[in-house]
Write a protein that binds this ligand. Structure first.
Ligand code: PLP
Length: 399
C-alpha cells in the first residue's frame, strides 16, 4: 500500500499534504522517494536550522542516544542547565522552563503570567491583549490568543477576556491595555499571519503600555527567534523587554524542543509543582539544543544568517521590481514573505514542479524560512528559481 493510501485510512486527516514523500536530506536539499531533489526554503516550517542530516547534530544525537536519552524531571542531568545558561546569555532572561513544542511554550507563558498576578494577589488581572493576524499554536490557551477565527471557532469556548488590537495601531493598543491586563502577547515578526514585522511605533506603544499599567509582555519568538531574523531575538530588534518569551522550532534543529524564558520577577512567582512535563528538556533534546546554540553563538552562524539574509532580502526586492504580481516584500534575516496580489497557491505548486519548497501563508503570502546554513550560492540559486516560479505561477493562473 502506498504512503498516501495507508495514511488516508489510519492517520487523522488534519493536514493537507503536498503529494511528495521525502526519504532523506542533505544540507538545504531534500530528496523524495522518486529521487527528485528539492531546494528546501521551508526547513520544516523554520525548524531545520542546521539543515538536513547535519553531521555535527547527527553525531551528537547518535552519541547521546547510545549514552542516555531520557530520565524525566524527577532527577538532574547535566545538560538542561547548560542550555538554560546559554539561553540566558542570549536573551537577558535568567531562567528557562523546558517543553516540547511552540504551543506548549506559549501555554507556559500564559500560565506563568497568570501565576505572577495570582502570587501578587491581584485578582482583577484577567484580560489578555493579543494582536490581529497573530498565531500562537493550537492548544487551548495558545488558540485563545490566535487571531484567525476559523482556527478558534470550532473549539469555543476558549479563554475569555481577550482583546484584539490591529498590529499597526499604537493608539488602539494604548486603549486596550489597562490595569486589568494580565499580559500583552506579541510576535516581533508575525509568521503565520503573513510575515508582518511590528513597527518601531507599535513597539514604543507596547513599552508605554507596560510602564503605564504594569501589564506583563509575552514575546512569542517561536518562529522569529533564535537568530532567524539576524538578531538573537526579534524583540531585541525593537528594543522591547518581555517578561516571558516562548521559543521552539530552530532550537532543536529538528528535535522537538521548546522553552519558556522568564524574567527574575516572573520566575520568582512560580513554585515547585506549578507546572511540569514528562519529556521537557530531556537529554536528547538538550543535546540537540546545545549543538544549535553552540553553532549560533560560537560557530559564527548568527553572522552567517545576517550576511546571507541581507543577500536574500536584496534579491527579493529585486524580484519585486521585476514581477508586478509581488505587492510587498517583508521580513528580515532568513524570514521573508512575498505578499502577492493574488492567491499564492499556484506559486507553491510551481515551486514543487521546479524542485523548490516554498510555503503559502495568509492566502497571498509566499513565505521563505530557509535553513540558517544556506550558503550565498544557494541563496542565488533560490533567487534564480523564484524568478522562474513567479513567472510560472502567473502563467498557471491565467491558463
Ligand atoms: N508560535 C508561533 C509564532 C508559531 O509560528 C508557531 C507555529 O508555527 C507556534 C507558536 C506553535 O508552535 P508548534 O507548532 O511547535 O506548537
Amino acid at each position: 500500500m502506498d504512503v498516501a493510501t495507508i495514511e488516508s485510512r489510519h492517520v487523522l486527516q488534519t493536514y493537507k499534504r503536498a503529494p511528495v514523500v521525502f526519504t532523506r536530506g542533505e544540507g538545504v536539499y531534500l530528496v523524495a522517494d522518486d529521487g527528485k531533489r528539492y531546494l528546501d526554503l521551508v526547513s520544516g516550517i523554520g525548524v531545520a536550522s542546521l539543515g538536513h542530516a547535519n553531521p555535527a547534530l547527527a553525531a551528537a544525537l547518535a552519541d547521546q542516544a547510545q549514552t542516555l536519552v531520557h530520565t524525566s524531571n524527577l532527577y538532574y542531568h547535566g545538560l538542561q542547565g547548560q542550555v538554560a545558561s546559554r539561553l540566558a546569555s542570549l536573551s537577558g532572561l535568567p531562567r528557562a522552563f523546558f517543553c516540547n513544542s511552540g504551543t506548549e511554550a506559549m501555554e507556559g507563558c500564559l500560565k506563568f503570567a497568570r501565576r505572577f498576578w495570582h502570587t501578587a494577589g491581584d485578582t482583577r488581572r484577567t484580560g489578555l491583549v493579543a494582536l490581529e493576524h497573530s498565531f500562537h499554536g493550537r492548544t487551548m490557551g495558545s488558540l485563545s490568543v490566535t487571531w484567525d477565527e476559523h482556527y478558534r471557532a470550532p473549539f469555543a469556548p476558549l479563554l475569555q477576556d481577550v482583546v484584539w488590537v490591529p498590529a499597526d495601531d499604537p493608539a488602539a493598543l494604548a486603549e486596550a491595555v489597562s490595569d486589568r491586563t494580565t499580559a500583552i502577547v506579541i510576535e516581533a515578526i508575525q509568521g503565520e499571519g503573513g510575515v508582518r514585522p511590528l513597527s518601531p511605533a507599535f513597539a514604543a506603544a507596547v513599552r508605554d503600555a507596560q510602564q503605564r499599567t504594569g501589564a506583563l509582555l509575552i514575546a512569542d519568538e517561536v518562529q522569529c527567534g533564535l537568530g532567524r531574523t539576524g538578531h538573537a531575538f526579534g524583540y531585541q530588534r525593537l528594543g522591547l523587554e518581555p517578561d516571558l518569551v516562548a521559543i521552539g522550532k530552530a532550537l532543536g534543529g529538528g528535535m522537538p524542543v521548546g522553552a519558556v524564558l522568564l524574567s527574575e520577577r516572573t520566575a520568582a512567582a512560580v513554585s515547585a509543582g506549578d507546572h511540569g512535563t514528562t519529556y521537557g528538556g530531556n537529554l536528547l533534546a538538550c543535546r540537540a539544543a546545545l549543538v544549535f546554540l553552540g553553532a549560533l553563538t560560537d560557530g559564527g552562524l548568527q553572522e552567517h544568517v545576517c550576511a546571507v539574509g541581507a543577500r536574500l532580502g536584496a534579491g527579493l526586492s529585486e524580484l519585486a521590481r521585476k514581477h508586478a504580481v509581488i505587492r510587498e516584500v517583508r521580513g528580515a534575516g532568513l524570514m521573508w514573505g512575498l505578499d502577492l496580489r493574488v492567491d499564492a497557491a499556484p506559486f507553491v505548486q510551481a515551486g514543487l514542479d521546479r524542485g523548490v519548497l516554498i510555503n503559502r501563508t495568509a492566502t497571498t503570502v509566499l513565505r521563505l524560512l530557509p535553513p540558517f546554513v544556506i550558503t550565498a550560492a544557494e541563496v542565488d540559486e533560490a533567487l534564480a528559481q523564484l524568478d522562474l516560479i513567479l513567472a510560472d505561477g502567473v502563467q498557471e493562473r491565467s491558463a
